[in-house]
Design a protein around this ligand. Structure first.
Ligand code: URP
Ligand code: ZN
Ligand code: ZN
Length: 456
C-alpha cells in the first residue's frame, strides 16, 4: 500500500513510546505509525531527526485590548509565527472588558480568528462580567459553542479582576458544567498598594515592576484560587506560574485533593529579572506579569517540569511594540503594556535551553509542549498525539540546527525579539497541519486562514 506522504526513518514520539520508524499520512489524518518501512507518493527523509506531534500553545493573546492599547499581531501573523515554530494549535484568551457581553466577545474573537488564523485554534473565555445575562450566555457557550475553559484574573484591579463572590459562583458553575477555570493568580489589592507606594517614592522605571508584585503576592494568589477550588470542587489551571513558592502552593492543594494543573511560560524559563533592569528603558521589553524573577526561579521551574509538578509550557504571547506601546510607560512602569512575545520561539527555546543542557528530557518536552495541553483541554487524541486516526499535525524537527534567536527571523509583527542573540539549537524543519505542509525551514508555506476552530 502506498500513502500520500510518508515521513521515513525519524525518531517518532507517540504518546507512550519513542522509536525509529515511519509515519504515514492519509488525507488529514495519521494512517500508520510503524517500525516497518512504508512507501508513499511523497517520501520525506527524517533520518537523524525527531518526529513530534504538532505543538499546542495553551496560552496566547492575539486580539488583546489591554492597558490602553491593543496587542500588535493579528491572527494571520501570530499563527504563521506559531506554525514556523512548530505550534499547530493555539488556545487564545478571549479578554472582554467589564461591560462586554460574553457572547458578543466570543463572536468578535471567533470572527477575527476565522478570517485570519492559519493554525487550528480554540479559546479560553475570560469572565470579567458575571451578572444574570453573562451567566446565561456562559452556559449557552458551553452547551452550543464548544467552550470548555474559562479564565479569571485575580490581578489587574479595576480592569479585569473578579470579585470573590463572583469567583465562588463561577467555580460552582464550572464544577456543575465540568469545565476548567484557568487563572492569573496575583493578589490584585497587594499589587495595587505596592505600585502606589513605589511610584510615590519616585521608583518609576521598569526595574520596579518585579518589586511591585513579588513572589509572595503570586503565591498568595495561587493559595486563594486553590482554596476556592477546594471549597467548590472546580478543576483549575494556573497560568504563567513564575516561582517555586507559587508552584508549592498549588502542589500542596493537590495533596488536599484539588484538581489543579500548573502552567509555566517560556519567558519565565529562560529570562531572569536582570533583563527588566536593562538601562535606557530597554527593560520595558521584559515587563510581563507575573514578572521575571531571580534566575534561581528559572531553575526551580525547570525542576518542576522534570518532576511533573508543572504540566504544561505555554507562551503567554502578548506582543506590544517597544516603540509606540511599551514606551507609554516611560513615566511610570505601571503604564507599560505587559507581555513578552514568544509564540514562534517557544519550542526551540525549550529544546535549546531545557533539553540540550539536560534540564528536561525529550519526553518532557513533548508532554509539556503538546500532549498534556491536549489532555487537559479535551483535545486528545485528535491533537497532541502521533497515533492512528489523530490529526496529521506533525513536526519534523532537526536537533542539529545551530543559530541564534533574532528578530530578523520573526513572523510576528512585534518590533523586537526578547531572546535576541540567545543560542538556538534545533528547528522545526517541516511542519504539517492536518496533513498539509504549512512551514518549511522558518518560512510559512501554507494557505491563508485555513486554521480550524476546535469545538471542544
Ligand atoms: O504580562 C502578561 N502576562 N500579559 C498578558 C496578559 C496576562 O496577564 O496574561
Ligand atoms: Zn495573566
Ligand atoms: Zn496571558
Amino acid at each position: 500500500m502506498s500513502y500520500a506522504t510518508v515521513i521515513k526513518g525519524g525518531t517518532i514520539f507517540t504518546p507512550d513510546d519513542s522509536f525509529v520508524g515511519d509515519l504515514a499520512i492519509d488525507g488529514e489524518k495519521i494512517a500508520v505509525v510503524s517500525t516497518d518501512s512504508l512507501s508513499g507518493q511523497e517520501e520525506v527523509d527524517a533520518a537523524g531527526k525527531y518526529v513530534f506531534p504538532g505543538f499546542i500553545d495553551p496560552h496566547v493573546h492575539i486580539h488583546l485590548p489591554f492597558m490602553g492599547t491593543n496587542a500588535i499581531d493579528d491572527h494571520a501573523s501570530a499563527t504563521q509565527a506559531a506554525l514556523v515554530g512548530g505550534t499547530t494549535t493555539v488556545i487564545e484568551m478571549i479578554c472582554p472588558g467589564p461591560e462586554d457581553e460574553p457572547q458578543a466577545a466570543f463572536d468578535e474573537w471567533s470572527n477575527l480568528a476565522a478570517a485570519g488564523a492559519c493554525c487550528d485554534y480554540s479559546f479560553h473565555l475570560a469572565v470579567v462580567r458575571f451578572d444574570d445575562l453573562a451567566r446565561t450566555q456562559i452556559r449557552n457557550l458551553v452547551a452550543n459553542s464548544g467552550v470548555q475553559s474559562f479564565k479569571v484574573f485575580l490581578a489587574y484591579k479595576g480592569a479585569l479582576d473578579i470579585s470573590d463572590g463572583n469567583l465562588f459562583e463561577l467555580m460552582l458553575m464550572a464544577r456543575e458544567l465540568g469545565v476548567t477555570i484557568t487563572a492569573h493568580c496575583e493578589n490584585a489589592e497587594a499589587v495595587d498598594a505596592m505600585q502606589k507606594k513605589l511610584i510615590a517614592e519616585g521608583k518609576t522605571g521598569p526595574e520596579w515592576h518585579e518589586p511591585s508584585r513579588p513572589r509572595c503576592v503570586e503565591a498568595d494568589g495561587v493559595n486563594h484560587l486553590c482554596g476556592f477550588a477546594e471549597l467548590t470542587g472546580a478543576t483549575v489551571y494556573i497560568v504563567h506560574t513564575s516561582c517555586e513558592s507559587a508552584v508549592a502552593r498549588a502542589i500542596e492543594s493537590r495533596g488536599r485533593g484539588v484538581d489543579v494543573t500548573v502552567e509555566a511560560v517560556v519567558p519565565h524559563l529562560v529570562l531572569d529579572k536582570t533583563y527588566a533592569e536593562r538601562a535606557n528603558f530597554e527593560g520595558a521589553k521584559y515587563v510581563m506579569s507575573p514578572p521575571l524573577r531571580d534566575s534561581r526561579e528559572c531553575d526551580a521551574l525547570w525542576n518542576g517540569l522534570a518532576s511533573g509538578a508543572i504540566g504544561t509550557i505555554g507562551t503567554d504571547h502578548a506582543p506590544f511594540n517597544f516603540n509606540g506601546q511599551k514606551d507609554m510607560g516611560r513615566e511610570a512602569f505601571t503604564k507599560i503594556p505587559n507581555g513578552i512575545p514568544s509564540i514562534q520561539e517557544r519550542v526551540d527555546l525549550v529544546h535549546s535551553h531545557g533539553v540540550v543542557p539536560g534540564k528536561i528530557d525529550l519526553r518532557t518536552l513533548v508532554d509539556t509542549c503538546s500532549t498534556n495541553a491536549a489532555k487537559t483541554f479535551k483535545m486528545f487524541p485528535q491533537k497532541g498525539a502521533l497515533a492512528v486516526g489523530s490529526d496529521a499535525d506533525v513536526v519534523l524537527y532537526d536537533p542539529a540546527f545551530t543559530g541564534a534567536f533574532t528578530h530578523k527571523d520573526s513572523l510576528s509583527q512585534v518590533d523586537y525579539c526578547g531572546f535576541e542573540g540567545m543560542p538556538r539549537r534545533g528547528r522545526a524543519e517541516q511542519v504539517f497541519l492536518r496533513g498539509q505542509r504549512v512551514a518549511r525551514e522558518g518560512t510559512f508555506v501554507g494557505p491563508p486562514a485555513a486554521g480550524r476552530y476546535l469545538n471542544r
